[in-house]
Design a protein around this ligand. Structure first.
Ligand code: GDP
Ligand code: ZN
Length: 314
């Protein structure tokens, strides 16, 4: 008699579009494909499965570590970018995140507020808490520290805490490590900010782990633009998004946009017109707050450029 193949539970640690690397509870990796077609209601996504998805799968060939995914658990949340392959679709970058860490720099290079704010708006829309990590503090002079404190204070007042670090020197890394404990954290950042350096400092044996995961993904496919879940230690994971620059771009209905700026949210009932877009309308409570300095000008500028659908990536 033939026994039924075991049904296991696991988490997707890498997705290349046609193959998924799934990590079973035991820690073993499996190379899985998806049985049939899966579609999430109300979401036009170019990929049915993303890193962080919790799945059930049947082991087909234990020796080769091959399996077939039969069930995807409902997502707690997810983060998307615009699909580059399918117009009008999103690409789900990662699912079931506890938090996101956005690595930013004020010098060499200076991350734009537009980029930061677009990321924060997306995170608001998907209910993912964000911590800002100001990297390369070793390059600051006295003025630089004062400027950083001012920016950090502004974001803290909106509900976004931050940390400082100099990843290449290992400074501040232990404090960031503590924030990751027991969680699944997305690490994002514009290229050049030192995200890879930080991940190297956080994840022991990073090269080995990455190589092990690559062994199980589709070798014929160029996989560098796919997110990857890495184990910092048992129970603590980070999701790296190599090569994904425009993370956080998402088409929100204009009427909803202001609601994802926490400092605008409280004022939304106070504009003269209920459908106020806070651009030129008389009696606008948001613009009044900008004029009075209660809303920071760069934040209002970010709002305006997002409202206009501007795609400025820097
Ligand atoms: P990524 O594109 O965000 O992954 O950035 P990398 O980790 O590749 O780093 C980009 C450059 O910044 C490299 O030359 C790093 O050595 C440098 N870098 C990273 N972290 C720091 C830091 O804390 N201080 C300084 N001065 N340079 C850093
Ligand atoms: Zn208004």
């Amino acid at each position: 008699t033939q026994s039924a193949p075991p049904l296991l539970h696991g988490v997707v640690v890498k997705s290349t579009g046609s193959w998924y690397v799934v990590r079973a509870a035991s820690g073993q990796l499996y190379r899985c494909r998806l049985r049939g077609k899966f579609k999430m209601k109300g979401l036009k996504a170019s990929n049915p499965l993303a890193v962080g998805d919790q799945v059930d799968f049947t082991v087909e060939a234990q020796a080769e570590g091959a399996g077939v995914i039969s069930h995807i658990a409902p997502r707690r949340n997810y983060i998307v970018r615009r699909s580059v392959h399918k117009t009008g679709h999103v690409h789900i970058v990662a699912a079931n995140l506890d938090q996101a860490m956005l690595v930013v720099t004020l010098v060499s290079p200076a991350t734009s507020f537009g980029f930061i704010d677009r990321f924060l708006v997306t995170a608001e829309a998907y209910h993912i808490p964000v911590t800002l990590l100001f990297n390369k503090t070793d390059l600051y002079d006295e003025e630089g520290f004062a400027y950083q404190a001012e920016i950090a204070g502004m974001y803290a007042s909106l509900g976004y805490p931050s940390r400082t670090c100099a990843a290449s020197l290992g400074e501040g890394v232990a404090e960031i490590d503590q924030l990751l404990e027991g969680k699944v954290s997305l690490l994002a950042g514009h290229s050049g900010v030192g995200k890879s350096t930080l991940i190297n400092a956080l994840v022991p044996d990073l090269d080995l782990k990455t190589a092990e995961i690559s062994d199980f993904s589709d070798k014929g496919v160029h996989t560098t633009t796919f997110a990857e879940m890495l184990e910092v230690r048992p129970g603590t994971f980070i999701i790296d998004t190599p090569g994904i620059k425009e993370l956080g771009l998402v088409d929100l209905p204009p009427a909803e946009l202001a609601g994802y700026f926490p400092e605008f949210r409280a004022l939304l009932g106070q504009c003269r017109y209920h459908n106020c877009q806070h651009t030129h309308e008389p009696g606008c409570a948001v613009r009044e707050a900008v004029d009075q300095g209660r809303i920071a000008l760069p934040r209002y500028d970010s709002y305006l450029s997002m409202l206009a659908g501007e795609d400025n990536r820097h």
